[in-house]
Structures are given as structure tokens and as C-alpha cells.
Design a protein around this ligand. Structure first.
Ligand SMILES: Cc1ncc(C[n+]2csc(CCOP(=O)(O)OP(=O)(O)O)c2C)c(N)n1
Length: 310
């Protein structure tokens, strides 16, 4: 939990790149999963269904938390937006957790191809987190319960630390915003620690969020009003994230500010679900998708022969 070095920072960046790549591959590809040849229309799934916009932020948050809390056996990550499932699935696969319940999800090329092809596919994986997903306790994409669930887990378990990623649209639900009041009930010794992280990407589906349009001062005052100390993480750089985690403040409430869809071909309101509508039939969209996928340089992160290289 100390200051991370250059090597760890590079590892976080690589993990995020690999997981982002896996998200895009799950959403779009039914073949050519490692881009070993030029992408063709035949490589693209016929029906594109899933969510991209929130996924980069999930990958950034998890990679940073996993590094920071690597020696803490009581640490758990709780994810609010169930529609960020391709990011959750990528991380569960990479950590070997998926293989424990699904023997086909091996950490080699067969497993990688299996999770990509089976995402949002008949008799494969659904497009949202579901009971088939290890660790899922709230079925479906319904927003709002992450914080309350986490506080329930922390109750009577001082050894636990739970970081909870909450969408800014999710925080507009009555369930999520009122769950902040649970802090008052869990300050007594004998309970675990909750670290809320607001994923402030400014949009819910294609519309602006209330919290994304508040001034920094207004948002900070709101958070302080619930008894938390706001800590801003501006952008996706691991150095910034790690520095924020190292800040010693009472009841931190992190605000992870990213651009919705970061890394993809479009941002904000156009990035929530599938950012390219017709890469199966439109040459230009296909080449945008290929360029997007190649930007992660998957060959540095994974090989057919050796599997995961990071
Ligand atoms: C209780 C509930 N209301 C509405 C929805 C429909 N819905 C699905 S995703 C979404 C937007 C989520 O926005 P946000 O929490 O900001 O997530 P992100 O922008 O990171 O995708 C909404 C409103 C839902 N899943 N659950």
C-alpha cells in the first residue's frame, strides 16, 4: 500500500490496455480475436449488443485498486453499473476467477476466444452481469444498490475494505444517494471500511448527469454534507489515482473524472452502448474499428503461444 514505482505504473497501464482491448473484442468480434490478419466483415458479430462507454473507467479503477490493495486480504471491489459487464468479464477472466466456475474460460488463447465470441451470444454470456458471473449478488442492470450492498458486507467485519464504483447516473437513484447516509451508522469500531468512488463521466446513457453539471464546489459541498472528504482523481493516469489513494483523509469519497468512451472512436452521448453501428457492412466503420482495436497493441500484451504477457 506504499508509493508505487515506475514498474507498477507500467503494469497498471498494460492491464488497462489489455482489458479495454478485451471489452472491444467481446462487443464486436466473432473471429480474428488477436487481429492476426486484417479485419473483415466476416469477423464482426451480426448483432451488436452491449456497453462500451463506462468500461474504460471500470478497468482503470480496478487496475489501480488491485495494485494498491494487493497485500490486503480483506479488500473487495464492488461494481455498480451492471451494464459495464464486458469490463467485469475481462477482469474476471484475467484474474482466473471465471475459469474457476467455467472451465472453458482458460487464461490462454482458447479461453480468450471463448469469452469474446460468447459475449452477448445465443446460449453464451448475457450482455449484463448475471448470476453466471462470479461474485454477482444483484441480478441484472438495475442501478443503485452497490453502496448499500457494500455497507451490508462491512457491517461487523472490521477486516474488510470495500471500494465501490458508482456511476454518476446511478448516484441519481434514490437508493444510491440515500445509501451515503449509511456512513453515519458504520463509523463505530467493529465495522469495515467503505471507499465510494463516483465515476463522473458526465452522462447516463446519452443524457447529461446532474452531478456532471454541478460545479466542483457544489459537488464537493454535497459530498461533505454526507460526512465524506471528497478526493478528486482527474483523468485516467495511474500516477494520479495512486496519489489520491495515498492521501490520508477521514472517510474519503473519490471522484474519478473520465470522459465517457475514452479510448474509443467517439465520446460522451455516443459512447454508452455500441459506438460503431455498422462495422459489418460499412468499410469506413470497419477500418475505424480496426484502428481502434490496433491502438491497444495486443501483441505486446498477449500471444497465441504464451497467453497473457503482463
Ligand atoms: C434503477 C434503474 N433505472 C434506470 C436504468 C436504465 N439505465 C441503464 S444504464 C443507465 C445509465 C447509467 O449511467 P451511469 O450510472 O452514469 O453509468 P455510466 O455512464 O458509467 O454508464 C440507465 C439510466 C437502470 N438500469 N436501473
Amino acid at each position: 500500500m506504499n508509493a508505487v514505482g515506475i514498474k507498477e505504473i507500467e503494469e497498471i497501464k498494460k492491464r488497462v490496455r489489455l482489458c479495454d482491448y478485451l471489452v472491444v473484442a467481446q462487443l464486436f468480434l466473432q473471429d480474428n480475436f488477436l487481429l492476426e490478419r486484417a479485419l473483415t466483415f466476416d469477423d464482426i458479430k451480426a448483432r451488436l449488443l452491449g456497453h462500451w462507454g463506462t468500461c474504460h473507467g471500470i478497468n482503470v479503477a480496478y487496475a489501480n485498486l488491485k495494485e494498491y490493495f494487493k497485500d490486503d486480504t480483506g479488500f473487495s471491489f464492488v461494481l455498480g453499473p451492471g451494464h459495464g459487464f464486458p469490463a467485469l468479464q475481462a477482469n474476471l477472466w484475467l484474474d482466473g476467477e471465471l475459469e474457476k466456475v467455467n472451465p472453458q474460460a482458460t487464461r490462454n488463447v482458447d479461453g480468450l476466444e471463448y469469452i469474446c465470441k460468447s459475449f452477448s451470444w445465443p446460449d453464451g454470456f448475457p450482455s449484463h452481469a448475471s448470476p453466471f458471473t462470479p461474485g454477482v449478488i444483484t441480478e441484472g442492470g438495475e442501478l443503485g444498490y452497490a453502496l448499500a450492498n457494500a455497507y451490508g458486507v462491512a457491517l461487523g467485519h472490521p477486516e474488510k475494505t470495500l471500494a465501490v464504483l458508482i456511476g454518476d447516473g446511478e448516484l441519481e437513484t434514490a437508493t444510491a444517494i440515500d445509501s451515503l447516509n449509511l456512513r453515519n451508522l458504520l463509523t463505530a469500531p467493529g465495522n469495515g471500511r467503505i471507499l465510494p468512488i463516483l465515476h463522473l463521466n458526465g452522462y447516463k446513457i446519452s443524457g447529461p448527469t446532474i452531478y456532471g453539471r454541478k460545479s466542483g464546489r457544489e459537488l464537493f459541498e454535497l459530498i461533505r454534507g454526507f460526512g465524506f472528504t471528497p478526493v478528486l482523481i482527474d483523468g485516467d493516469e495511474p500516477e494520479t489515482f495512486q496519489e489520491a489513494l495515498r492521501e490520508q483523509v477521514d472517510s474519503p469519497f473519490y471522484i474519478l473524472k473520465t470522459e465517457k468512451g475514452e479510448g474509443g472512436p467517439n465520446r460522451h452521448q455516443d459512447a454508452h452502448q455500441i459506438p460503431l453501428k455498422n462495422p459489418k457492412t460499412d468499410e469506413e466503420e470497419l477500418s475505424v474499428l480496426e484502428e481502434w482495436l490496433r491502438s491497444y497493441e495486443i501483441g505486446e500484451l498477449f500471444s497465441r503461444e504464451e497467453g497473457v504477457l503482463i
